[in-house]
Design a protein around this ligand. Structure first.
Ligand SMILES: NC(=O)c1ccc[n+]([C@@H]2O[C@H](COP(=O)([O-])OP(=O)(O)OC[C@H]3O[C@@H](n4cnc5c(N)ncnc54)[C@H](OP(=O)(O)O)[C@@H]3O)[C@@H](O)[C@H]2O)c1
Length: 248
């Protein structure tokens, strides 16, 4: 039986990914800060889902949680780097530096640290890494500033890992979704439920289950295949043009 570790499993894409993988017969280590949510998620899977509550930005806590994994869950075959967030919707000149730092610490520094920690096991087991990037990595939009920058890092880090892990058999993929209805917008707007509801209303956004199914598909492809980068959007979403500031 293969074992996956999923970060950010208390909500949205991460929780759906745990359900998809466990439902397909994987063992899963489900992680995130909200222990109660992890416990509720694991309860449905009869011992196949192990929970570990920690803040990914805390390298010591992350290391201790991995060290403390029970024997049957120590051999990680798949790391799903999903924990992440956007904070704020304002243009750079009106944004909070603290918010920028939180995004960099979570989406970049923590992702790099847990990847570094698990690489020896993943190489030993010829495993895989699936990183959650975003369309924001490729297409800039107003208010996307540092969030887009962090996701561009994740996309390029994925390609760099592919290159470095050449010949090891380890697979590395970046998934770059557009609009997915989760708690993402609630977090981004500081808990504004109305803003979240308004964004998704009538838009037929993708669901967390859509992305979880994509994770499962990538994870179960024949071992000679690697998805480098995969961009998905709901049909209702596409591209806006350039903007021009005019004099007078
Ligand atoms: N929703 C979208 O439209 C969309 C589009 C493209 C990419 N993505 C990416 O997909 C990933 C999942 O997002 P989502 O849409 O599922 O959002 P979500 O519903 O808000 O879930 C985010 C998850 O990340 C975890 N997390 C955040 N900060 C953490 C920390 N410091 N330590 C540990 N866990 C932390 C949260 O857990 P706790 O708060 O319990 O710790 C939660 O489980 C993110 O990387 C996001 O950037 C989302």
């Amino acid at each position: 039986m293969k074992t996956a570790l999923v970060t950010g499993a208390t909500a949205g894409i991460g929780a759906a990914t745990v359900r998809a993988l466990a439902g397909a017969g994987w063992q899963v280590v489900a992680t995130g800060r909200r222990a109660d949510r992890l416990e509720a998620l694991a309860a449905a899977f009869d011992g196949r889902v192990h929970t570990a509550a920690f803040d990914v930005r805390d390298a010591d806590a992350t290391g201790a949680a991995i060290e403390a994994l029970p024997e049957g869950f120590r051999g990680i075959d798949l790391l799903v780097n999903n924990a992440g967030l956007a904070l704020g919707t304002k243009p750079a000149q009106e944004s909070s530096l603290a918010d920028w730092r939180t995004m960099i610490d979570t989406n970049v520094t923590a992702l790099v640290a847990i990847t570094h920690r698990l690489l020896p096991t993943l190489i030993e087991r010829k495993g895989g890494i699936i990183n959650l990037s975003s369309v924001a990595a490729t297409y800039p939009y107003t208010g996307g500033n540092v969030y887009g920058g962090t996701k561009a890092f994740v996309k390029q880090f994925t390609l760099g890992l592919r290159s470095d892990l050449h010949g090891t058999g380890v697979r590395v993929a970046s998934i770059e979704p557009g609009m997915v209805e989760t708690e993402f917008t609630l977090v981004r707007t500081g808990g504004n439920q109305q803003a979240s509801d308004t964004l998704y209303a009538g838009a037929e956004p993708m669901t967390a289950e859509d992305i979880a199914a994509t994770v499962l598909w990538i994870a179960t492809l024949p071992p000679h295949l690697n998805i480098n980068s995969l961009e998905l959007m709901p049909v209702s979403q596409s591209f806006a043009g350039f903007q021009v500031a005019r004099k007078g």
